[in-house]
Design a protein around this ligand. Structure first.
Ligand code: 6R9
Length: 667
């Protein structure tokens, strides 16, 4: 099938080419029938379900005694108690023993044609040598190690070396400021920092060691810094504290035994920032997180042995943790480590990588897709015959972008999986299962195994049953890969996720603490649609409309590249919508385009939704994982540009000034 032929009806999952059968197709039942059956079992009997999956997907050095303890009410959940395992052993050793020559990491450097390939055998050796270096620096089981690195294989080796020796990794995105880095290092009391002299991305170099040096002025506990030499540039050096990576690893042998860890031992911390207050160190534990990563890799992405997995997310983001590193390596397949940017040296970069390495799975955020769609279809070259699954993550994907992904990128041959999850959920919670679940453009579709979504009335906390309903998204049952706590602030964890609605996990995102939670709706066929955060609902004269819907309508217009819609107060209608847009090819806005856009919203949603004002800007304020920070737009519109809150997560902080100027100049 090459186009979306059946209008708004779901695209059947069995329409896609598959080298072998999807994992779920068995017992004479279709994969989707099997999903429904297994999902029901997983909800009715979670211990039996997760217990057998955990034994099936992971290698335990000691089997667990109890699958699950505790409750959402009390916030004391623990999984696979008594079980012992090592994350690195599961990601590396067992494959290095069985298939040593199989490719584990495919490094695509910023410069095309540069890079290297590591087999599972290579990976084991390099991880072991680094493990020795860390031990030599005094890192012990339970210590937290800070990792501030570009997307090079050594970054993945760093994560694996930490967990091999029982240390907890805390990756800090290597684009964060020295202040953000300092706060995160100090919060987790890190003594060792792993970094590079410089990073390269999109043809530019960044002096990241310099940022580390600045941060460490106020991090008294740090005793050692290991510096990967990525470029030839000289850097400031503190003898005794700083060590070159390449020299240090050479001193150590090729094997060190993995540490035996308890299933509930911490695996990593990942900080998410809020608009106010301290960053939160979301803590994931070993057994539960690994089960979630492996299970979603196997069933959502339907990963098979011969697959090559390409996730474009940085390891500074949860997506990079779970789907660049843990899921593909746990399942023993090849994973692409891409250092560059989708636009460098030209907008064909992703598609070239996919063709060059016979990639079977590609996974990226809608922000990148919008950028590439805007650049024009002529860049989407190549045959991509091996591509089976195209994933989307991080924000709602507008139906227009979904269709472009499906038709232009995937040529109608690959299944789109729009995966909804959070740093705190550890792995996918609502997502289609490739090869099994029918899809609709823009819907995250159905819950993963063991996940029981609930749509709640935000005001009363009552659950809203049935079809065609909307509200805030919560979850009624615990699952293995949910975060266990916020580091050193368990009460904050309880207040944020478990106390707002007793007995439920509440989908409150930490990226931006002003948000109250993710809004979702369930349609007549039981599909879940993630409609943006609840305070992104606008109430115009009593009509409740999500800004995401207005944005989707605007993006349908061929001139629009990106859209962000926010609410402003209005004397007559209560609230009204205001749109910020970027246009394709940096086109200038004309009165005709403006009228056409307003008409477009009136036509697709209704006159009340039409933006009161439209500002055309050159870029929108986005976090590094591509989430549009609507808070910044709201504050600017309210004339409160001195109260923007924490903007350290913006990928380009200079857009703020330009947007302020655009607003002052008038629509
Ligand atoms: C994985 C990740 C979590 C927040 C989440 C939601 C938004 C993520 C989405 C999505 C709609 C999707 N989000 N995936 N919204 N559809 N498929 O992004 O984690 O950085 O913690 O952000 O992202 O608002 O609550 P994180």
């Amino acid at each position: 099938m090459s186009t979306l032929t059946n209008g708004s009806g779901p695209v059947p999952a069995d329409a896609f080419a598959h080298p072998s059968k999807p994992h779920l197709e068995s017992n004479g039942l279709s994969a989707f029938e099997n999903y429904k059956r297994l999902h029901e079992q997983s909800i009715k009997n979670p211990s039996e379900f997760w217990g057998s999956l955990a034994r099936d997907l992971l290698t335990w050095s000691k089997d667990f005694d109890i699958v699950r303890r505790g409750s959402l009410e009390r916030g004391d959940l623990s999984w696979f108690l008594g079980g012992e395992l090592n994350a690195c052993y599961n990601c590396v050793d067992r494959h290095a023993f069985a298939t040593p020559d199989k490719v584990a990491l495919i490094y695509e450097a910023d410069e095309p044609e540069h890079g290297r390939v590591l087999t599972y055998d290579d990976l084991l050796r390099e991880v072991c040598q680094l493990s020795y270096v860390l031990k030599d620096m005094g890192v012990k089981k339970g210590d937290t190690v800070a990792i501030y690195m570009p997307m090079v294989p050594e970054a993945i080796i760093a994560l694996l070396a930490c967990v091999r020796i029982g240390a907890v990794h805390s990756v800090i995105f290597a684009g964060f400021s020295s202040d953000s880095l300092r706060d995160r290092i100090n919060d987790a009391k890190c003594k060792v920092v792993l970094t590079a002299n410089e990073s390269k991305r999109g043809g530019k170099t960044h002096a990241i060691k310099h940022i580390v040096d600045k941060a460490l002025v106020e991090c008294p506990a740090v005793t050692s810094v290991l510096v990967f030499k990525r470029t030839e540039s000289e850097v400031q050096w503190i003898p005794g504290r700083d060590h070159w990576w390449q020299e240090a690893v050479k001193k150590w042998p090729a094997y060190i035994a993995p540490e035996r860890m308890n299933a509930e031992d911490p695996l990593f911390l990942l900080y998410t920032s809020g608009s106010t207050g301290k960053p939160k160190g979301v803590l994931h534990s070993t057994g539960g997180y690994l089960v979630g990563a492996a299970a979603t890799g196997k069933y959502v992405f339907d990963i098979h042995d011969s697959d090559s997995f390409f996730c474009g997310g940085d390891i500074g983001w949860i997506t990079g943790h779970t789907y660049v590193v843990y899921a593909p390596l746990l399942l023993g397949v090849s994973t692409i480590v891409f250092e560059g940017s989708p636009m460098y040296p030209n907008p064909s970069r992703y598609w070239n990588i996919i063709d060059k390495h016979n990639v079977s799975h590609f996974y990226v955020a809608p922000t990148a897709l919008r950028l590439l769609k805007k650049s024009g279809d002529q860049h989407v070259t190549g045959d991509r015959a091996h591509l089976r699954v195209l994933g989307s993550v991080g924000e709602p994907i507008a139906p227009e972008v979904w269709k472009w992904y499906f038709e232009v990128v995937g040529k109608g041959q690959a299944q789109i999986v729009d995966t909804y999850w959070q740093t705190e959920t550890g792995s996918h919670v609502i997502a289609p299962l490739a090869g099994a679940t029918p899809t609709k453009p823009g819907a995250a579709s159905f819950p993963f195994f063991g996940i029981e979504p609930a749509i709640l009335d935000a005001a009363t906390g009552e659950e809203i049953d049935g079809a065609n309903v909307e509200g805030v998204l919560a979850f009624k049952q615990a699952w293995p890969s949910m975060a266990r706590t916020v580091w050193g602030a368990h009460d904050r964890y309880m207040d944020t996720y478990l106390r707002p609605f007793k007995g439920y996990y509440f989908s409150r995102p930490t990226q931006n603490s002003q948000y109250t939670g993710d809004g979702a709706s369930r349609d007549k066929d039981g599909f879940y649609w993630i409609g943006g955060r609840m305070d992104d609902i606008i109430n115009v004269s009593g009509h409740r409309i999500s800004t995401a819907e207005i944005e989707a309508a605007l993006i349908e217009d061929f001139t629009v590249a990106e859209a962000a819609v926010v609410a402003v107060q209005d004397e007559i209608t209560g609230q009204a919508s205001v749109a910020f847009l970027t246009l394709k090819d940096h086109r200038a806005v004309t009165p005709e385009i403006r009228d056409e856009l307003i008409l477009q919203v009136r036509r697709t949603i209704g006159p009340f939704a039409a933006p009161r004002r439209i500002y055309v800007v050159d870029d929108l304020p986005k976090t590094r994982s591509g989430k549009i920070m609507r808070r910044v737009l709201r504050k600017i519109l309210a004339g409160e540009q001195d109260q923007l809150g924490d903007t350290s997560t913006l990928s380009d902080p200079t857009v703020v000034e330009r947007i302020i100027a655009a607003v002052q100049a008038g629509p």
